[in-house]
Write a protein of this length. Structure first.
Length: 93
């Protein structure tokens, strides 16, 4: 889509104590911002799903949402990604 562009750095600041997440999406265009956001959402949803499975035993619909969203992000990854090799986190879940 945008050949020749360098790999942009992703800024994802997370600390465990206290639980606070600050996410900065860095993009020079709406398209890039969407791509970054999608990658970050994938990463956070995967982590959240694992935490949810560990901590939350009652069915609440979150797992179904997370799995469907992850599947959707995976299915359309080539549509919103400029490069396929950048984000190794997509093999994480
Ligand atoms: Zn639940």
């Amino acid at each position: 889509m945008l050949p020749g562009r360098g790999v942009r750095t992703k800024q994802l600041l997370m600390t465990d104590q206290p639980r606070k997440y600050a996410i900065i999406v860095d993009g020079d265009s709406l398209e890039e911002a969407v791509e970054e956001t999608a990658h970050l959402l994938y990463l956070l949803l995967g982590r959240s799903l694992r935490a949810h499975r560990r901590d939350h035993t009652e069915e609440c619909g979150f797992e179904e949402f997370a799995l469907e969203a992850l599947a959707l992000l995976t299915k359309y990854r080539s549509a919103y990604s400029r490069e396929l090799s950048v984000d190794a986190s997509h093999t994480e879940v």
